[in-house]
Design a protein around this ligand. Structure first.
Ligand code: AMP
Length: 172
């Protein structure tokens, strides 16, 4: 296991009983671990033309921004409803209980733009699939998806179903 991955901290029963929250903040707090984690996330995509990282509020922003600089591309944020000014596109998705939604600014991606979806954790896959749906509605080409950490036991990868290459820098 790379050194940076040992800084991911398990927090039992957060944000609710029975959930083991994967806290990536100690990775970001350490200069060397942060750099190594971003390099690990960048590795599969270095030789591909990518116009923009499309990253998901909020921890996806913390990884997506340095990754965009590492890969030399732009960044388009997907935010919780009501945060982005101007015309937006909304994508609703199911959670274990209830629904959530992500929004993108209309016109933030040119049709045909080559994008990489980025988030911190792949759990059941619903969030990444919603991001993919939004990117498709904007007529972007999803080159792939990258996460820092994949929780394999939740089978998000099966739900993702190979719709684009999916890379996790660490799998637990
Ligand atoms: P999912 O849609 O189930 O794949 O959940 C992924 C989203 O929820 C990501 O944006 C994560 O930040 C967050 N998430 C889900 N489960 C966890 C977990 N155990 N630890 C940290 N974040 C999580």
């Amino acid at each position: 296991m790379p050194d940076w991955s040992q800084k991911v901290r398990d927090v039992p029963d957060f944000p609710k009983p029975g959930i083991v929250f994967k806290d990536i903040m100690p990775v970001l707090a350490d200069a060397e671990a942060f750099t190594d984690a971003i390099v690990a996330m960048a590795r599969p995509w270095r030789d591909l033309p990518i116009d923009a990282i499309v990253c998901i509020e909020a921890r996806g922003f913390l990884l997506g921004a340095p990754l965009a600089r590492e890969l030399g591309c732009g960044l388009v944020p997907l935010r919780k409803p009501g945060k982005l000014p101007g015309a937006t596109l909304e994508q609703r998705y199911a959670l274990e209980y209830g629904t959530d939604a992500l929004e993108a600014q209309a016109g933030a991606l040119a049709p045909g733009a080559r994008v990489l979806l980025v988030d911190d954790v792949l759990a059941t896959g619903g969030t990444l699939l919603a991001a993919h749906a939004l990117a498709q509605r904007m007529e972007a080409h999803v080159v792939g998806a990258g996460v820092l950490l994949e929780l394999a036991f939740l089978d998000g990868r099966a739900r993702w179903n190979g719709i684009a290459p999916l890379h996790a820098a660490m799998v637990v």
